[in-house]
Design a protein around this ligand. Structure first.
Ligand code: SAH
Length: 251
């Protein structure tokens, strides 16, 4: 059996209870060493075989799983944040399907949630944005034409850019060309929920400069939008004049 587990965004106590249990029971662990906090591996059994996938190919990861399966062992594939976001798990799951292995997925706290917590922010403020666009700037991995940053920027929604902190000159130009005002608030969150977390608040027009001045080139999220400002409406859900399934309006 193979368990894909979300490790959470950094702090080792942000893994789920289920993920921690699976990790503590595993015979074999393959973890994404570039971003998973190694402190999580303290939960593994002393005799657990541990592999860092940072230097491995998909084929090498699968070879580890093949051997574990042939020996009747339980494997945890530990991915950073939540495995469904830029986790490259589909290609692994398809390979496991083809081999007839049993597997399941345990979610994790994605770094975009860790970043919101670090910022003490709400992405979906009433009358500001009710939409969060999770995307990336185009680097070596192509982005479909219809999802180019400039096109997405036209929505003026909350936007979170993964994998983009080394591509900010172009990303900033695309966000501005797409229609965000230059003074739209933005924030770079480096290593959200890690002990060395850092937050840099800026605007869309100073994103690249801010990253450059602070030497941020990886392990950061770029967040953009009015949700980082101070104008918003209060929610209807908790408005005394608003009735819903669980509460009658009191005025
Ligand atoms: N599955 C992960 C994302 C993997 S892609 C998740 O759900 O978070 C790797 C990218 O995620 C990094 O380039 C960076 O943009 C972002 N990232 C991962 N952990 C982060 C953290 N703690 N703080 C800020 N960004 C992080």
């Amino acid at each position: 059996m193979i368990h894909f587990v979300g490790a959470g965004s950094g702090a080792p106590d942000l893994i789920t209870l289920r993920g921690a249990r699976l990790l503590s029971e595993a015979d074999v662990v393959v973890y994404a060493g570039s971003l998973v906090n190694p402190a999580l591996l303290d939960q593994c059994r002393a005799d657990c075989e541990i592999y860092d996938s940072a230097s491995m190919t998909l084929e090498q990861v699968l070879a580890v799983m093949d051997r574990a399966e042939s020996e009747g062992k339980t494997t945890v594939r530990l991915h950073t944040g939540d495995p469904s976001i830029y986790g490259a798990i589909r290609e692994q799951m398809d390979a496991l399907e083809a081999r007839g292995y049993a597997y399941d997925v345990t979610p994790g706290v994605s770094s975009f949630c860790g970043a919101a917590a670090a910022l003490r922010a709400e992405y979906t403020l009433p009358n500001v944005s009710q939409t969060v666009i999770i995307t990336r700037a185009e680097g070596r991995t192509p982005v479909p034409e219809r999802e180019k940053l400039q096109a997405l920027a036209a929505h003026h929604s909350t936007m979170v850019l993964f994998l983009s902190s080394s591509l900010l000159e172009q990303a900033q130009a695309d966000l501005l060309a797409g229609g965000y005002e230059p003074d739209t608030p933005a924030a770079i969150v480096y290593k959200a929920t890690w002990p060395d977390e850092r937050i840099f608040r800026c605007t869309v027009s100073t994103l690249a400069q801010t990253a450059r001045e602070n030497h941020i080139t990886k392990t950061a999220l770029i967040t953009v939008g009015g949700f980082l400002g101070n104008q918003y409406d209060r929610s209807l859900l908790y408005d005394p004049g608003f009735s819903h399934g669980c509460r009658e309006a009191s005025r």
